[in-house]
Design a protein around this ligand. Sequence first.
Ligand code: ATP
Ligand code: MG
Length: 197
Amino acid sequence: MVRSRGGRRIGIFGGTFDPPHIGHLVAAIDAQHALDLDLVLLTVANVPWQKAGSREISAAEDRLAMVRAAVAETPYLEASDLELQRGGPSYTADTLDDLRRIEPDAHLFVILGDDAASGFTTWERYEEVAAGATLVVVDRPGEPTPVDERFTWVRVDIPELELSSTELRARVGDGRSIRHLTPEGVAAWIDRRGLYR
Ligand code: ATP
Ligand code: MG
């Protein structure tokens, strides 16, 4: 891959991460590699406004702690608390603005699973997001979901892992183990805080 000159190449992989799992991590490390990113920020949504109201969402601080545990010692991956610091509903357009303020010459990449990508035009100021970052999409198992052809999408192939936070919450609720589906530190945090019971 030809590297453009200038600032760092930064991936933004946003989510609720309630909890994070290996599906998220594999998507992040493969996007990092495929696009030669200097860093992928797993950006924890403060208020995931599109999910709010549909179920009880764990405290943002718990989700951030779990993402920190999930990426610990994983090169190139970092937990980001930008959206928690900002407070209120979490819009990627605002997160890109924050990052540009912090690091004006960075090249920004927004990484999405195809389910999230198919809802892209429901996002707040999505045109700004598309103008200010390269859009990256990874597949999830199941029917491929179409993405809006008005925008250019970079597709990164990843092993499709049929795994979701919903599945992990259900397993914890049923007393099934989540070992090997998420890093030990995440499972330990869920235990300690009694989440999803
Ligand atoms: P939930 O079941 O609660 O919706 P989730 O597993 O879908 O959780 P999110 O926090 O909603 O996780 O998703 C954050 C981002 O990670 C989204 O872009 C989503 O498409 C992507 N993603 C989640 N799981 C996978 C997976 N198994 N493979 C690839 N991408 C994934
Ligand atoms: Mg989801």
